[in-house]
Design a protein around this ligand. Structure first.
Ligand code: HEC
Length: 486
């Protein structure tokens, strides 16, 4: 590179680094967030809030989707009595922002299935609890909510499961078990959406579905006793794709017409299930339901990795504020449909945004209180179009001090990239389609776009590290520059 080229490259890196630091810094806007909701709570008239009138509709919609009897949640929230009996725990969970466990912050992209409370709803529940949790007229009690439907999209085209059920011991560490399920399809297929029904919702915390054509999943399965094999985060070998994820409370969300998850003939599906022991021995036999694309498919959903590479990710013992960034430049026009941020247990905070060639920015996601247990694949309400030359930037902060209650090492140790709970990862997987791909017209995407889950690093990746000090250092990019510019 010429010296001018180097200077330009250095400036570009400095500019993007400053943008990223600013991204980690900016605070939630205090004015309007989603669709005209304001963030300030407008209190109700004193002692006018009643469960049967104002509170039940909120709790039944936003909490009961997970808090029903027999679910992974510790108690149901499907009646006045349930809510009153857990009033203290609810007030605490709301104050600490623990519940509902929807992680993406408002003011970034909006995602399908958002079950977070608005500030108004949260304020109403808190005011109602503080004023003594009045029930209101018992004859006006609303009908209790129904537990979530199995297969809410109707009967899947095919339902697959492992041959044997899996035993989860009464206590001990959480278990991450990967079940290898052959599809045995003789031809390639496209899947519109995959849905998961746990055999035993009490123990299942989350599920990630991979597609494997290498046979390595089968080999791992054969090498370990019992159904499946154990792998905490990534599987440890390249997979051919993914089929979405499931967490309690999630509603399956089909891809748009003309877009499909590619399921090559003969592929295996690997369901990675996170089990949380319940205090008594349990068994589970999860099922995955496939809904195939009925319309002609023009585009595959592909995966791109925006991440800090293995050799570079080192988080020194004791550091509570170790930030990394990674960036990827788009080689052509693409459309982003879903994102899947991924860190392990010392990961605390992450933010992602796109910068367009005209230097305008599009915020994508921010999670301030990262929790591995509530990771998810998020579907953008409005797909994000990125023209060639746009960049997606991902920035994440790790806390490897003893002050992080989730730190898996006590005392803290150097944490490096790896696949176990004691290692880390720093990745944003971006699920996207290539605008020029038109399979029905025989126009494939160029080879610039690999579509394998783990080979998906392409284009011009860059990454770096900012260590120590306030995450707030650097120039602030005003939120106005990050909003409404698409
Ligand atoms: C997406 C599923 C989900 C939703 C939605 C949800 N919860 Fe929970 N909740 C859980 C699970 C699972 C737990 C058990 C703890 C954990 O796994 O984090 C829990 C735990 C709790 C606890 C106990 C926390 C403690 O340990 O003291 C309270 C209180 C609670 N939830 C209240 C609520 C309220 C109120 C709402 C609605 C505003 C809500 N939850 C919405 C899944 C959910």
């Amino acid at each position: 590179m010429t010296s001018r080229g180097w200077i330009a490259a250095a400036l570009a890196i400095l500019f993007t680094a400053a943008l990223g630091i600013a991204l980690l810094k900016h605070k939630t806007r205090s004015s309007t967030t989603r669709e005209g909701q304001t963030t300030a709570y407008r209190p109700w008239k004193k002692r006018k809030l009643e469960f049967n009138k104002q509170i039940a509709p909120i709790v039944f919609e936003k909490c009961a989707r997970c808090h029903y009897s027999g679910s992974a949640a510790p108690f149901p929230l499907t009646s006045y009595r349930d809510v009153r009996n857990h009033a203290r725990a609810i007030a605490r969970a709301l104050d600490h922002g623990l519940m509902p466990p929807w992680k993406p912050e408002h003011g970034f992209d909006e995602f399908v299935g958002d079950y977070s409370l608005t500030d108004q709803e949260k304020g109403m529940i808190k005011q109602w609890l503080a004023e003594g949790s009045r029930e209101g007229n018992p004859s006006k009690a609303p009908a209790p909510p129904k537990p979530p439907l199995q297969w809410p999209l109707g009967r899947p085209d095919d339902i697959l499961q492992t041959a044997e059920s899996f035993k989860i011991p009464a206590d001990g560490e959480d278990i991450y078990r990967c079940f290898v399920i052959p599809t045995n399809y003789a031809e390639d297929r496209y899947v519109r959406v995959a849905d998961v029904v746990p055999g035993n919702p009490r123990v299942v915390h989350h599920v990630v579905n991979f597609v494997d054509t290498s046979g390595r999943g089968r080999a791992r399965d054969a090498a370990e006793p019992g159904p499946g094999f154990t792998a905490f985060g990534a599987l440890g070998f390249p997979t051919a794709g993914e089929l979405g994820a499931w967490v309690p409370g999630a509603v399956p969300n089909p891809l748009p017409d003309g877009v499909g998850y590619f399921l090559p003939k003969g592929a295996d599906i690997i369901m990675q299930v996170h089990y949380h022991p319940t205090g008594k021995e349990e068994t589970d036999l999860p099922r995955i339901g496939l809904y195939f694309c009925k319309q002609p498919v023009n585009k595959r959903l592909r995966v791109m990795t925006v991440g800090v590479p293995p050799g570079f990710l080192r988080i020194p013992a004791g550091e509570n504020n170790c930030a990394f960034w990674a960036e990827q430049k788009m080689p052509g026009n693409i459309t982003v449909h879903q994102i899947f941020p991924h860190m392990h247990l010392v990961g605390r905070e992450m933010v992602a945004a796109a910068t367009l060639p005209d230097h305008t920015s599009a915020p994508i996601v921010r999670i301030r209180d990262w929790d591995f247990r509530w990771q998810n694949v998020y579907t953008l309400k409005t797909p994000l179009h990125l023209s060639a030359g746009s960049r997606i930037r991902f920035e994440a902060r790790f806390d490897n001090s003893s002050g992080n209650p989730r730190n898996p090492n006590s005392p803290p140790k150097l944490v490096k990239f790896g696949l176990t709970a004691k290692d880390e990862m720093c990745i944003l997987w971006v699920l996207y389609t290539v605008d020029s791909e038109m399979l029905t017209l025989n126009e494939p995407a160029s080879s610039n776009y690999p579509d394998s889950w783990t080979d998906g690093v392409w284009g011009h990746p860059s990454w770096g590290r900012k260590q120590g000090g306030e995450p707030n250092a650097g120039n602030q990019v005003p939120m106005s520059r990050l909003h409404g510019l698409r």
